[in-house]
Structure formats: structure tokens, C-alpha cells
Design a protein around this ligand. Structure first.
Ligand SMILES: Cc1cc2nc3c(=O)[nH]c(=O)nc-3n(C[C@H](O)[C@H](O)[C@H](O)COP(=O)(O)OP(=O)(O)OC[C@H]3O[C@@H](n4cnc5c(N)ncnc54)[C@H](O)[C@@H]3O)c2cc1C
Length: 386
């Protein structure tokens, strides 16, 4: 069933997450109207924090929302990595001054910043889309809200992790660094968001069949503390003292790089962006920034380039199916290789950490040094102007 109020809209975005809101904002900046349909009753404010790296900041600057986010967060100076495999712990420091601006941003702050510049009524909450179908008569898509069919992103490989915050009313005193500890398949990280707030995460292959456990923050915290026994006391203390309601369990899913390479990302005038197109492993922390690049800049730019000349109030020209398809094809072409490279680097880095086999580790190292000699080239990427 197509909901009447959505019938005549030119651009409908399904999902009010980072990518959906960035797309709506970019379109708005280009003078194009859209509506965002979000299934939750409010825009999702949970989900901890995400690291925004230089490419993400460039994209947020273009969208005009970076300065407020910057003022809320500490710029990190380095990564301090501790490896606990084998005998003696090994330490490594990565200086971020050569890499550029890296800050952890609360997901809720990012969502709010993107949403608050949108015209009233752009975001419609409580609208779950169950299917997108192509109308046989008009060949335009219709959105189905309740026919019981569920579209699922295919070929997603699962893993899991826990995120949380620890608040220090008198300041945490942590260095401006990401403290990351790795042992076998477990990775724990702690990083300051601001002077009072630390964000932490633990990635581990949890058995999340027990749904009660994954909904109870106390049980989640206990489970995490069990997992990180033997990790640096600093990390354990942070998690031990976390805000009691903050630990949340996340299923981390990723799309394999070869699926991104071969995927079809347009059906008629419908396309995908963000995690639906390229969910990635968290090892290079690029899912969010890539999502803002995708839709926030690339898709909106391609649409605007195609339609700006013809866009007018009665929208007649805008509705040319061929033009929309061409704009989407340009966007997919613009993004595909960028996303394949990000997903490949993320996949190889993840396998290097996860695999227990020396031979596989060696192969990953060879592939990483062959394809990604400059490990941080991806953060220097410039997605261009809006
Ligand atoms: C634990 C974790 C840590 C991460 N850390 C980082 C990081 O450090 N740096 C980084 O760059 N990235 C990180 N990422 C990745 C980043 O969060 C995602 O890449 C990014 O959120 C993708 O944005 P999105 O809009 O595609 O999806 P989401 O932000 O997940 O938003 C999707 C939205 O669509 C809505 N929705 C879903 N289905 C429907 C439907 N049928 N109808 C209507 N609405 C619907 C959902 O409710 C949601 O609001 C992390 C991800 C996770 C899970």
C-alpha cells in the first residue's frame, strides 16, 4: 500500500541515519526538496560515538555542519596500540599529526547537526518502509509501508561489538589519543570525546543468540569485563565505571569488497547509499565518513548537476525518468571504486587481526603492502565540492 501523503514526492529517502540525513541536507543545500522516512519513533540518538577522519571532516565542512561538531570534541593526537598476543606486550604509536583531523563524535550530536538545518517536515518518523516496488504504469517507484514483505540487505557477514560511554564530572585526564588493545580476535578501544566523556568499544565474536543478554546493559558490561580480563587496567577501569545505561550491543555487519565491486546499485529510479550499499568492518573506521561522502555529496551533486537547469516549481522536467537514472548512474560510477578500495582495506585489516593462521596473516600483510602502501591515503581523499 502506498501512503497517500508520500505519493507525489520527487525524492524519498528511506532511513534517517547518518547517510539519509546527510543526503537530505545536501539536497536542501542545492535547493532540492526531499523527505526522509525513518522507521523509529525518534531519530536514533543511541549508538555511542564514531571516529570522523579527515575525509569525513571535509565532507561535513561542505555540508556546513562541521564547526559545531568540532567545538564539541577533542582532536586526537595519536593512536597508542598494545598487542597482547604472544609473550611480552608490544606497543606501537601512530602520530596523527601527519594524518590530519581525527575526532570521536557522539552519534547523537552528528544526527542532530544534520537534522537541525533541514526544513520542517522533511523528516517523518514512525514510517517503516517494507518494500520499494516499481509501478507498472508509470515505471516510478512506490513505497510499501505494510504489506509484510521485508527487504533485507543481502550478503552481509556478521560479527559483534559493544559500545559505551564513561562520564567523569571532574575531567577524565586521558591523553588525546585512541588507546587500542588487541588480543587474538578481541579489540578494545578507549578515546576521549571531550574533557569529561570517554567513549569505549570492544569488538569480539559474541554469541548473541541470548536476546535477554544483549538488551540488559548490566549483563553486557559484565560480559565485556569477562572478555577483556588481562587487558590494560586503564581500559578495564574505564569500562568498570561506565554510565550504567550506556553499554549497547551492536551486530557489526559488512559487505565483501567483491560484492561492492559487482553489485547493482540502481533499479529504475531507486538507488542505495550508506551501509545498505557498503557496510564495512570497523577496522579502518570509515563507514560513517564514506556514507556522508556518498550521498551527502556525491548523490546530491549528481542529482543537482543533472536537474538544476530544469528544476522548477511544477517539477515537470525533474520527473524525467531518464534523467534521474542518468544521475544515479553517475553517482554509482563516481563512488564504486572508492568504496571497493575502502572495503578491501577494511576487510584485509580485519582478517589480519582476526585470523589465527600465520600463513593467512602473511598473505594479508603482503596484500596490504601491495595495495595500500600508504595506509592513510584513504583519509586524504577529497570527495569534492557539493
Ligand atoms: C558499533 C559501530 C561502530 C562504528 N564506528 C564507526 C567509526 O568509528 N567511524 C565511522 O566512520 N563509521 C563507524 N561505523 C559505521 C557507521 O555507523 C555507519 O557506516 C553509518 O551509520 C551508516 O549510515 P547509514 O545512514 O547508512 O545507516 P544507519 O546510521 O544505521 O541508519 C539507518 C537508518 O535507517 C532506518 N531504517 C532502517 N530500515 C528502515 C526501513 N525499512 N524503513 C525506514 N527506516 C529504516 C534505521 O532506523 C536507521 O535510523 C560504526 C558502526 C557501528 C555499528
Amino acid at each position: 500500500m502506498v501512503h497517500a501523503i508520500f505519493e507525489d514526492l520527487d525524492i524519498v529517502i528511506v532511513g534517517g541515519g547518518i547517510c539519509g540525513l546527510a543526503t537530505a541536507l545536501a539536497l536542501h543545500r542545492k535547493g532540492m526538496k526531499s523527505v526522509v522516512l525513518e522507521k523509529s519513533e525518534t531519530l536514533r540518538a543511541s549508538g555511542g560515538a564514531i571516529a570522523i577522519q579527515p575525509n569525513g571532516w571535509r565532507a561535513l565542512d561542505e555540508l556546513g555542519v562541521a564547526s559545531k561538531l568540532r567545538s564539541n570534541g577533542i582532536r586526537l593526537e595519536r593512536m597508542h596500540e598494545i598487542y597482547l598476543n604472544g609473550g611480552k606486550p608490544r606497543e606501537k604509536f601512530v602520530d596523527y599529526s601527519n594524518i590530519g583531523e581525527i575526532r570521536w563524535v557522539k552519534r547523537s550530536d552528528l544526527i542532530e547537526s544534520l537534522a537541525q538545518d533541514l526544513p520542517l517536515g522533511t523528516v517523518q518518523v514512525g514510517c517503516q518502509i517494507f518494500a520499494v516496488k516499481i509501478d507498472a504504469n508509470t515505471s516510478f517507484p512506490t513505497l510499501q509501508l505494510n504489506d509484510g514483505t521485508i527487504i533485507r540487505a543481502k550478503k552481509l557477514h556478521p560479527s559483534s561489538g559493544v559500545r559505551g560511554f564513561t562520564y567523569f564530572p571532574n575531567g577524565h585526564g586521558f591523553a588525546p589519543e585512541l588507546l587500542r588493545t588487541i588480543r587474538d580476535k578481541t579489540m578494545a578501544g578507549v578515546a576521549p570525546v571531550n574533557d569529561n566523556l570517554l567513549f569505549w568499544f570492544v569488538n569480539h565474536q559474541y554469541n548473541y543468540q541470548d536476546s535477554k543478554m544483549v538488551e540488559d546493559p548490566k549483563m553486557i558490561k559484565q560480559m565485556v569485563l569477562e572478555t577483556i580480563k588481562g587487558f590494560p587496567q586503564k581500559t578495564i577501569d574505564v569500562i568498570q565505571n561506565c554510565d550504567i545505561s550506556s553499554p549497547s550491543f551492536n551486530r557489526l555487519r559488512y559487505r565483501a569488497p567483491w560484492d561492492i565491486l559487482l553489485g547493482q546499485y540502481r533499479r529504475g529510479t531507486v538507488t542505495v547509499a550508506g551501509d545498505s550499499m557498503h557496510a564495512m568492518t570497523p577496522f579502518i573506521g570509515q563507514g560513517g565518513s564514506a556514507s556522508i561522502e556518498d550521498a551527502g555529496l556525491s548523490l546530491a551533486r549528481c542529482m543537482a548537476r543533472k536537474f538544476q537547469a530544469n528544476y522548477n516549481n511544477d517539477h515537470k522536467d525533474f520527473k524525467s525518468k531518464k534523467m534521474i537514472e542518468e544521475a544515479i548512474d553517475e553517482y554509482v560510477n563516481e563512488r564504486r571504486m572508492r568504496l571497493v578500495k575502502l572495503a578491501l582495506q577494511s576487510y584485509l585489516s580485519g582478517t589480519l587481526v582476526d585470523t589465527p593462521y600465520m600463513l593467512v596473516k602473511l598473505i594479508m600483510l603482503v596484500l596490504l603492502s601491495a595495495f595500500f602502501r600508504d595506509k592513510y591515503a584513504h583519509v586524504r581523499y577529497n570527495c569534492g565540492n557539493l
